[in-house]
Design a protein around this ligand. Sequence first.
Ligand code: SD4
Length: 291
Amino acid sequence: QREKPLLLSTWNHGVPANAAAWVKLNETGSILDAVEAGVRDTELDMENLSVGLQGLPDREGITTLDASIMRGDGACGSVAFVRQIKHPITLARAVMEKTPHVMLVGEGARQFAIAQGFTLEEEKLSPKARIEYDKWKVTSQYKPIINIENHDTIGMIGLAADGKLAGSCTTSGLAYKMHGRVGDSPIIGAGLYVDDEVGAATATGLGETIIRICGSFLIVELMRQGRSPQEACEEAVRRLVRKSKNIQDIQAGFLAINKDGDTGAYAVHPGFNFAKATAAGNVLLDSKSHF
Ligand code: SD4
């Protein structure tokens, strides 16, 4: 059923993130403020090992973060491969609002953060990440696959009562990635895409497979051509499955909404869930999957 306002976010932590976004939406009326505030909640969640500075590090033991934000009028900003910043989503928003650019990475993003008055956090693994990293180091086996049960990236898309759309996506990326690796989350069109004329989409899962098909952009374009959000997510997953090797080891999931307030969700494997918030409540739902 169609409802506005509407928020969708990935995984269990989508529930508290939606709740935080809802409060912000009521406060300011801005769907952009809402999707930023929502995922800021996840960026501070010490239980989450795939978002924020508490996330699992790369192979060198360094946690690097990726984030993007987009408004339905085409404004967007992102940061990638950033260190020591607690709220990369807010830094992405600053790139969008305060620079002539869309994307800043690494040291340049960090310098911009300092210039904007962001505090640099001490570079230290969280207690949970330290334990996991030490275990991993015993074999240092790097498999560029994503544990089907264990993803936590948050992507959030929202539709305001006035029909305006926005989305946000933030992650520490793939655990034990190569130093410098960037996933889909900060790539506009891959991890996130929003267009007020059509709808919005976001992604979670193995970023390489999502980038390869321009997943979120693909879903929005399929909706533009008349597919429902659900059909568009299913087609994107089918495309991803066709283009990926070792698909049995790869999880990826998509969420979509159109400007009328219809929603869609689909994943490669079972296990993907998402939170949906409307005036009627904020619930955790299981996505259907290809396999
Ligand atoms: C990435 N898409 O960096 C992210 C990881 C992820 O749940 O979604 N984990 O590839």
